[in-house]
Design a protein around this ligand. Sequence first.
Ligand code: ADP
Ligand code: MG
Length: 662
Amino acid sequence: MQLTDSVKTVKGVGDKSLSLLEKLNIHTVRDLLRHYPVDYDNFQMPVQINTASEGQTVTVEGAVSRVTTRPTARKKVITCYVSDPSGALKLIWFNQQYLIKILKPGFRFLFRGTVKRDNAEYAILQPKMYQRQEYAKLLGSLQPKYGLTKGITSAFISKAVKQAFSEIKIEDQLPASFRKENNLMKLSDAVKTIHFPKNMDEALEARKRLVFDEFLDFILALRALKTKKEEAVNNFVITDYSACEKLIGGLPFKLTNAQQKTFNDIKKDMSSVRLMSRMVEGDVGSGKTVIAMLAVLSVVQAGYQAAVMVPTEVLAKQHFYDFEEKLGKYGVRTILLVGSMTAAQKRKAYEKVEAHEADVVIGTHALIQEGLQFDNLALAVIDEQHRFGVNQRKALKEKGLHPHVLSMSATPIPRSLSLILYGDMDLSVINEMPAERKPIKNAVVDTGYRPTALNFIRKEVLSGHQAYIICPLVEESEDSDGENVIDYTDNVRDFFASAALKNGDGKLIKTEYLHGRMKPSEKNEIMERFAAGETDVLISTTVIEVGVNVKNATVMMIENSERFGLAQLHQLRGRVGRGTYQSYCIFMKGSEGKDIDDRLNILKNNNDGFKVAEEDLRLRGPGDLFGVRQSGELSWKLADIYADAPLLSLASEYAERIAAES
Ligand code: ADP
Ligand code: MG
């Protein structure tokens, strides 16, 4: 068996499970082995019921009583109580009617789950059930918990992983001497251990090795991307920036000093004898798009073409309209190229670009497909560059004959790390927000405040604004009690309808929902309706995270905020406060705990992304096993740029060493 073989070659994976695994982005054996656990279940001795406290994951053992079943509109709910000599605890299941047959009063089981408050009493939602013998086998072990989709269990994945291990050999790219010197596990051991550690220390050791490799692979790929010195000659020297000056003069705002400085850097690059390779780093909302526009305008004025690659269709469309509006007046012809276009539409776009009937093409990964060829591409802009792999960035560059490259990112990374990560790129930092911006007002609240928060949103909508509500899940899930977009939307609609009745103002608030499982075209339409102000409240998963710019939106409310990484929450918050209006961000906690408060308070007290990253690291300290995933960041599975900075340096040193030896 090879790592690149289809996951179907693993015994036990059939057609049905294959399609489910594909939903999790598991296609090959390598993908399966790299589907690392998100946490471990630590099977400890059952506890006495009266010692179970809120937020704890526990196992209790006892006899069942008072079994009731109650159908509601959306769910069939079963409740019962489990009692031991110390007390009784409520248990709640949704949509698991088959349990009725098993939960006979007086029968004894072990139940396991996280203790939550259910009105005045404690309860476990969706507890797992075990027979005594079954539990005895698990006792003392760490069982992996995986990211799942409906129809797949952690047990299934763990079995498939074990099966794959029994047939595969994993090569190690590090020599034993280097591993020993730096206390790095063998790769094959690390992969095995991260799935099935004996204890947490072992898991941390395994993680260390895997993080090292993630960094090393990244750095080696970057090295391959690096333009050779002799090729870095500027074929597209741009000296005339008169159109840019006009554009700047005609903007409805004045560039900030940091924007002006960044533009000066770009001018200096593009007019020099060397090719531009510049990274623009600026917090969400600092105004990176207009910088891209200026660079694009300057090359188009000189008779060349430009490409702007962005990670999502929604963003591509938004940029497209923005470019058309602001650059159209200067004779710049912009076209869009995205995956959801028909083959005929795409062909037409290709023709226009090749014939130089279009000056700028804005699009997603569709830009790097084979069909697209330029007449004379002089500038490649990569927005939200951390969303793209090194090879994708390289492919875009190769659409031209050594074009200038302008990369943009909102990920705040300390300068010293940027130097390693972005290698030979020059760096401009936009460390200043437009003066007209009012700082976002933040609140961290528990679900008891939800009605107040929704009424607040309603008030904002009635005064002409819009709001986002983020939920972690798309739909109800069996192994998570987090809020889901679909049910939440129903509830919010009901809430607004009855609020309108109560207040007698009859104002209908228009809500829509959005999630990643929708077709791109459908997502675009929903985003466009929201951008056009036709929808008041958008309930969404984190798909709206990247770059979306709707100035009229003034409230961002994030359900189950405790489940997201701080960097991601900060990105989400960046969707509001993009205009002159006072904006608000409400972090709703789905569970309680001091560490949850500590983390969310960092966001409450800091609107600056660099500060958030710094404080977050201080709080977590290095070596956190999984933390809360810093989702979306630089596409690593385990590595955390902040917490694992020493490993990044080590990987960088090692890369130097092998480069010197070869
Ligand atoms: P990001 O850096 O997150 O990509 P955008 O470029 O989307 O931010 O800019 C956010 C909003 O701020 C846009 O509506 C843009 O027109 C506006 N903007 C950009 N620069 C300025 C400025 N100097 N003053 C006021 N508003 C600005
Ligand atoms: Mg942007």
